[in-house]
Design a protein around this ligand. Structure first.
Ligand code: CO
Length: 133
């Protein structure tokens, strides 16, 4: 894995959270994006070489809606940049991790992504992401 690409934070209201993180970080979000397939709206902030991703559910079946129902707002996932996501999926499965998306899917911010189940990572949802050309 190359670096922490971003940290994902689940929020109830993206507009409110966007304004607050703007104050906190001292920068404005550089993009907002609606990922229809995931039922989320996202906003991204760049901090040095890494990013903060705010995620708001856009429907009740969204994973973010379920997360907030269970745990409330807060840190949702850590994303690591990888050079070859398919190779990493195979490697991590061999190591005993539970890969939720055996075939990487298209995520926000022009990436291919796959998630590891938090049950094998001490409770942390891990995202692998590879830049799309
Ligand atoms: Co993410």
């Amino acid at each position: 894995m190359k670096k922490i690409e971003h940290i994902g934070i689940a929020v109830k209201d993206l507009d409110v959270a966007d304004a607050l993180y703007e104050k906190l970080l001292g920068v404005t979000s550089y993009k907002t994006e609606h990922v229809e397939s995931e039922g989320v709206k996202t906003a991204f902030f760049k901090i040095g070489t890494t990013k903060i991703e705010l995620l708001q559910a856009t429907n009740e079946t969204s994973p973010i809606a379920k997360f907030i129902d269970k745990k409330g707002e807060g840190m949702h996932h850590i994303a690591f940049a990888v050079a070859d996501i398919n190779a990493e999926i195979l490697r991590l499965e061999k190591e005993g991790f539970t890969v939720i998306n055996k075939t990487p899917k298209r995520g926000a911010d022009n990436k291919l992504v796959a998630f590891l189940h938090p049950k094998n990572t001490h409770g942390v949802l891990i995202e692998l992401c590879q830049d799309l050309p």
